[in-house]
Ligand binder design. Structure first.
Ligand SMILES: Nc1ncnc2c1ncn2[C@@H]1O[C@H](COP(=O)(O)OP(=O)(O)O)[C@@H](O)[C@H]1O
Ligand SMILES: [Mg+2]
Length: 250
């Protein structure tokens, strides 16, 4: 924990059109850990991920990633440049192409590959190790995969090229509990390879299973940050911070 965080947000404000959505977000993502971003619906979690990715522009404050300034007053890197520096984003909508095969979906995500032969086979095997279903359904249209498998394909697309930080928005959304369990197992394996992950999650079970650190948002800013294990042990804090969203998932 003594090394500098891989990602730091300081006093980040984001406006979407006329609406002021983020009100000074302060957030640190430690290297090689999973940081969970929790909070009720509408708290600003997705907007935070989109701001990190440059899909929304910060109107104030600073975003720093691994020695680079991604956003600061009057300066905003474009999304492809942010991706180039090593940040990958798995949006809530997953963004996979239903009519294309698993293979084609992965190939399209590998920006430097023109054919599957250009993708490092070690890397592919490494990904199949987490998500064996992708190997099994390699030539199937992605639209035919189950919800959990689509989510795995979506994560696989984000890591088909080496990345330093993975942003994942609510991967468990809409998945049956048994599938969530598979996803937890796969992401736990991925985490062991020392990728840094910032994950938005509403499912407290998943947050508990994967999170090292936690930040809780409310009303456009971070209202709590600390170790996940401390939040897990403190039920009063859970209720105060997460309220109904917690009860709904237990
Ligand atoms: N494209 C948009 N236009 C206007 N308001 C938006 C837009 N996207 C999000 N918001 C608003 O910003 C707030 C935070 O949204 P969001 O970041 O999606 O929350 P969360 O992911 O925590 O549920 C909500 O009040 C939402 O209605
Ligand atoms: Mg959201």
């Amino acid at each position: 924990m003594s090394s500098t965080p891989i990602l730091t947000l300081e006093g980040v404000h984001t406006h979407i059109g006329a609406y002021h959505i983020l009100h000074g977000v302060d957030l640190e993502v430690p290297r090689g850990q999973v940081t969970m971003l929790l909070g009720r619906n509408g708290a600003g979690k997705t907007t935070t991920l989109r701001t990190i990715m440059g899909l929304w522009q910060a109107s104030q404050g600073q975003v720093r990633f691994d020695g680079h300034v991604l956003a600061s007053p009057g300066r905003q890197l474009a999304t492809p440049d942010i991706a180039q520096r090593g940040v990958a984003y798995v949006p809530e909508t997953m963004g996979i192409f239903a009519d294309l095969s698993v293979k084609e979906n992965l190939l399209l995500a590998a920006r430097h590959a023109r054919s599957i032969d250009d993708i490092d086979t070690h890397r592919l095997e490494w990904i199949f190790g987490f998500f064996p279903a992708l190997k099994k359904f390699w030539l199937y249209p992605a639209g035919k995969l189950s919800g959990g498998q689509k989510q795995m394909l979506s994560v696989a697309r984000a890591i088909i090229e080496p990345r330093k930080l993975l942003l994942i928005d609510e991967p468990s959304k809409g998945l049956a509990p048994a599938i969530v369990q598979n996803l937890i197992t796969a992401l736990r394996e991925l985490k062991r390879t020392a990728t840094s992950i910032l994950m938005v999650e509403q499912n407290f079970g998943m947050a508990k299973a994967l999170g090292d650190s936690v930040a809780v948002m409310d009303d456009g800013h971070v209202v709590h940050h600390g170790r996940m294990s401390d939040l897990v042990e403190d039920e009063e804090l859970q209720h105060r911070l997460l309220g109904l969203s917690l009860q709904a998932h237990q």
